[in-house]
Design a protein around this ligand. Sequence first.
Ligand code: ATP
Length: 763
Amino acid sequence: MEPIITDKEKCRKCYCCVRSCPVKAIKVEKRYTEIIFDRCIGCGNCLSNCPQRAKMVADKVGVTESLLTSEDEVIAVLGSSFPAFFHNVAPGKLVAGLKRIGFRQVHEGAYGAELIAGDYARITGDNDRTHISSHCPAIVDLIERHYPKLLRNLVPVVSPMIAMGRYLKGVLGPKAKVVYISSCIAAKFETQMTETRGAIDIVLTYRELEGIFRSRQISLPTLEALPFDGLTPTVGRLFPINGGTFRSFSMPSNPLDTEVVSACGEVNVMGIIKDMAAGRIAPRFADLRFCYDGCIGGPGRNSDLTEFYRRNLIINHYKQDIPHEPAPHHLSPREQAGLTRTFASKHARLESPKGNDVRKILQATSKYSVKDELNCRACGYRTCREYAAAVYQGLAEIEMCLPYNLQQLEEDRGRLIQKYELARRELDREYTDEFIVGNDRKTLEVLDLIKQVGPTPTTVLIRGESGTGKELTARAIHRFSKRNDKPLVTLNCTTITDSLLESELFGHKRGAFTGAIAEKKGLFEAADGGTIFLDEIGDITPKLQAELLRVLDTGEVRPVGGTAARKVDVRLIAATNRNLEEGVREGWFREDLYYRLNVFTITMPPLRNRVESIPILAHHFMEKASTKLNKRLSAIEERAVIALTTYPWPGNIREMQNVIERAAVLAHDDVIHLENLPLALSENLEGSPTADLDMRSSFRAERERHVVKLEKKLIQRYLAEANGNVSRAARLANIPRRTFYRLLDKYRLKEKDVRDMPREDRP
Ligand SMILES: Nc1ncnc2c1ncn2[C@@H]1O[C@H](COP(=O)(O)OP(=O)(O)OP(=O)(O)O)[C@@H](O)[C@H]1O
């Protein structure tokens, strides 16, 4: 099993792992990201940087537990960084804990550094070439997999961990099992390599060991300390800290020596390796560790502690006299022959894309010029070009480009809105005949204008609030025109993005932009010989305004991505509820287009200015609703008609149409009653002067009118008697105070009106 696993369910494809991987070893699949182990160097960046914890260390607790219950002699080796993890427990108690869970012997891994020290000193003393330390498995992997050119520079000696494993197996025999406990993830990879396999049986993290103690309910502080087995390391204990190599290997270190490079951390190390591979630098010895802070900064470190503190813990441990009781076999001369190793190229070169391949991939994500390459890094790659190369190499996918995705979403949204809008209008038309209903003066004037302008080829601009019937008027103009046997094409300019609008209007050539998989005719061409109605024309951008003006002036359209113009014969009717004059003044509407449109203007009056037509409109919409709902409806109750006429109709005729349809749904019999109207309308009725006027038409209404008047007078009188004090007035009237307030509201009376009234005027 690979040392790092991906929980596919947890992975949300945030690309944090892609971003943090120094060697492009993450492949993005449809639903998750996956490690390419042939490229992975085991640095553990993807583990530490995954916000969902979808990348995890493969669990080694189970195999360790079963090893401990077997007959085998199982030896624990604590990596040299252990004091920087188990900082609040004495080393002897940790040894006791390990023995309690079944380890026969416990060794300090720091001794491994001392085992290889002599070889390092000897080899790096040779000046024949650059020597690169090979004690960090991530560095070895980096060179073997990605910089094979530097293979010959790696010091051909095993790491302290492998040295310990080989030493222990040499002393105890190959049957002994060695479990190495460390904060290093790359060590887990190292034990699987052909060149080092067999020395260590399991690499366990400190955290995994902690888990075992917890599950066995072992409290380390309560245990009696025990001595370590094996030989006592000295300077080897300093190995895990930054610069510790020189002390542990007893090598001279001089900060002024430019022939020796010592570096920790991804950025520093990668820079040095690239420089060495390119031949820019050739130091005598490069001591490199992939993790920042050296081996005390491994991915499995205790991250609650600062680097400074962890470093101090290591130095304190080095200074301490910690009991060791080596068995006689550890005291005998050691077999050192097995501490050398070889390295092999594991370089799997990815094919590099050619310029044209990169260009094609960039274009597939709407990047046509350098300025489109935002290099936003949302995909995890540093530049759009690096990302395009990754797509080419099969590591990334097109959908990873966030700006492209957002643009796609925006365009899809626009298309959907447009489709929805068209469907809604179609539905409206299905139940609405094309005739303009109304007998008020203003509607009749509009009808007159329609009849006059209809048969001419003149461009018409229809203005008015939303829902006043602008589109209906446009249809009527088309019907009265000589083009009425040709199509009337409608487009709402607010619903789609500028670029989409341009292609909708003028069409596009195949490949003009992403998604333009086939040539498409624009609406101008679709309307050839007929009329085009552009609703909400005040919302198009100045760039499109200019293009529209050009089409109107030349009578020619040019599809997006095309060069050849096509002649069209289209009459334009435009509508807007925006103040175009203000647009011209403020610069968002082109003056030349404004004059081009403003040849013949029809202004639709709001419904509140056509009150006389409300009853007839209401009955018209009732009949429409009756057909649509397949429900018999024969009348609208008078109170409801009055309520309809007194309401201000901010949404105009469309709002009224909806109100009547809703009432028709709610009506229990074949009459629309006041109660079937929304509250805003029925409440508006009470106490309204218009209501008073119209009520004269029936006896019940007449009686209601008198009652209302009388009630109002009475309220005023009680209030006057109580000198404007509502509580007193309510008591005098013998009605609850709340009811009195409601009546004041109903007749829009205020306490102060009565209080300020001259005594002789009081009722
Ligand atoms: N005078 C009228 N007679 C009958 N129905 C009308 C009348 N005026 C508007 N309507 C109906 O009201 C609804 C809204 O009208 P229309 O879509 O023409 O308004 P609009 O001003 O274009 O609205 P918007 O600005 O929101 O696009 C439509 O169903 C239409 O048929």
